[in-house]
Write a protein that binds this ligand. Structure first.
Ligand code: IFM
Length: 515
């Protein structure tokens, strides 16, 4: 018993010890130091498979999209397990670069359930691109570039595993990029497929998805950075061109005046546009052009201000608005929820950290932190009677202001909110972010924070990072010292495993560092 307890304690000490912070905000510290990484561990293991709200392995299996994102929230603490899961995920990628949406981890067979009925579209336009983000996150964290050379099979249900096509992981990543490049609609934007991240918007025919366009842009940036680090400049240059081409298309066709549209139907009509009566603006349509780098500074600011004006509430940012009021088979499941619930204008929490990240990219630390606080379960003590769920883990959704039970949290635990809020808090608000070159120090915090501390383990070394903010700015590193020696820029090179490094950063008004 004592031995088991000691083992459990050692596990959690190690898991949580990868990052600890001390900031002026106690609710932030309690989530970042304990509860949020603990929830990431749960989502990593269970995906969306089994909980009080979900049916379990026999029904759904693990999601490619969900698990790749879950990896990103746990990779710093359990890199070896992350690698094992990534290997599995890559083996349900199809030879054309797309991926099987769900699979059963014990048999490694894909779940070909509801979306694979005769005659329906079954490819999701986004799954494979999350794989690129997750593998790059693993490599930046660990420096394990050898993983890219590991031969892994592509999925083919008609062939036994031994006869399936095998290729290095890097090839899997490159093929993932072919899919959105080759499968485009009338504006040259990636096809939606059965759905993108928003499972419930299922448009007939060759509809286009701006989410897929921006996720493609983000994955391109990740790959370009990786290829440059590997010295493969020719491939990186080619991807740079693809990024420019998609950027041009997004900005030519999807800018709607004060925000970006979210989809184009097959006939070219926009969804998520001022011309729509309902579903005029979608949150993901605005955060992702900032994350992908496609939005100019001016458009990024305008789009994020529109989110603030039209979609933000004191309980979090709604996914879209106004909600659809009647069922429309041409739009799909989203119109089957009442307005303010789930994907129909509910506060779908998974999309909130993407806005936080986008705000930090523009240097708006106060707004990013306001968005963090709005959904922080540990800050819900005063509203727990209407929120109702556990004050130490994220819910999948909170009912929005068009719903009579506004503020009620639902489906706690198994949500991508865990991974992304952890990434937003640690990598973008605290700003301690792994890169191929080292550990980037790029905080974006409330102006009122005059100092804070982060201890981060990275590739076996321990970094004690003390950040002071004498000018009370949100973003900008004016001075950085590593073991007392000033360094140029804001990237601390990897130190030998087992060493302990002291980092002192002084924030000040300098031009924001590009993400
Ligand atoms: O993106 C999805 C996720 O894959 C499963 N839960 C719902 C999300 C939004 O539709």
């Amino acid at each position: 018993m004592d031995e088991s307890f000691a083992k459990l304690k050692a596990f959690w000490d190690h898991y949580l010890g990868q990052l600890q912070c001390q900031t002026p905000d106690a609710a932030f510290d309690s989530m970042v130091n304990i509860h949020n990484p603990r929830q990431c561990h749960t989502t990593f293991n269970w995906s969306r498979s089994l909980s009080l709200y979900q049916l379990g392995y026999g029904a759904r299996g693990m999601g490619f999209r969900d698990s790749t994102q879950d990896v990103m929230g746990a990779v710093a603490s359990i890199p070896n397990e992350a690698k094992v899961l990534l290997r599995k995920l890559m083996s349900v990628q199809n030879p054309d670069g797309s991926a099987m949406h769900q699979f059963f981890p014990l048999t490694m067979e894909a779940n070909e359930g509801d979306s694979r009925e005769e005659g329906t579209k079954h490819t999701y336009g986004d799954d494979h691109l999350w794989g690129v983000l997750a593998v790059c996150a693993y490599i930046k964290e660990t420096g394990d570039y050898g993983f890219l050379d590991e031969a892994t099979t592509y999925y083919d249900k008609c062939l036994p595993v031994e006869q399936r096509e095998q290729a290095p992981i890097l090839d899997h990543l490159l093929r993932a990029m072919n899919y959105p490049k080759e499968n485009v609609g009338q504006h040259g934007l990636p096809l939606l497929g059965f759905a993108d991240w928003n499972d419930t918007v299922n448009l007939p025919g060759d509809a286009e998805s701006l989410f897929n366009a921006n996720l493609y842009g983000t994955a391109l940036r990740e790959l370009i950075a990786l290829l440059r680090h590997l010295g493969k400049d020719e491939s990186a240059d080619a991807f740079e061109k693809d990024w420019q081409v998609m950027r041009e298309r997004v900005n030519t066709h999807a800018w709607d005046g004060a925000w970006y549209v979210r989809y184009f139907k097959e006939n070219g009509e926009p969804i998520g546009s001022k011309s729509n009566e309902e579903g005029k603006i979608f949150t993901n349509g605005q955060s992702w052009p900032v994350i992908s780098g496609f939005a100019s500074e001016e458009r990024a600011k305008t789009a994020l201000d529109s989110v603030n004006e039209h979609l933000n509430t004191l309980n979090g940012i709604q996914l879209s608005g106004p909600g659809y009021t009647r069922y429309d088979p041409e739009k799909g499941g989203v119109t089957s929820y009442p307005p303010g619930a789930k994907e129909n204008g509910g506060i779908f929490l998974h999309s909130n950290p993407w806005v936080m990240i986008a705000e930090t990219m523009l240097g708006n630390g106060d707004r990013a932190f306001q968005y963090y606080n709005q959904i922080n379960p540990a800050a819900k003590n005063d509203s727990i009677d209407s929120y109702e769920i556990e004050p130490y883990c994220y819910a999948q959704n909170i009912l929005g202001d068009e719903h009579p039970q506004f503020g009620l949290g639902r489906n706690s635990w198994l949500s991508g909110t865990a991974s992304w809020t952890y990434q937003a808090a640690t990598q973008y608000i605290l700003g301690v972010r792994p890169s191929h070159e080292g550990l980037i120090i790029d905080p974006c915090v409330p102006k009122a924070w005059d100092q804070f501390m982060v201890v981060r383990k990275f590739r076996g070394a321990t970094y004690r990072i003390q950040i002071r903010n004498p000018e009370q700015v949100c973003k900008g590193i004016a001075e950085l010292k590593v073991d007392g020696v000033p360094i140029e820029g804001n990237c601390v090179p990897p130190a030998p495993s087992g060493t302990s490094i002291s980092v002192e950063a002084i924030m000040g008004s300098v031009a924001p560092v590009p993400a």
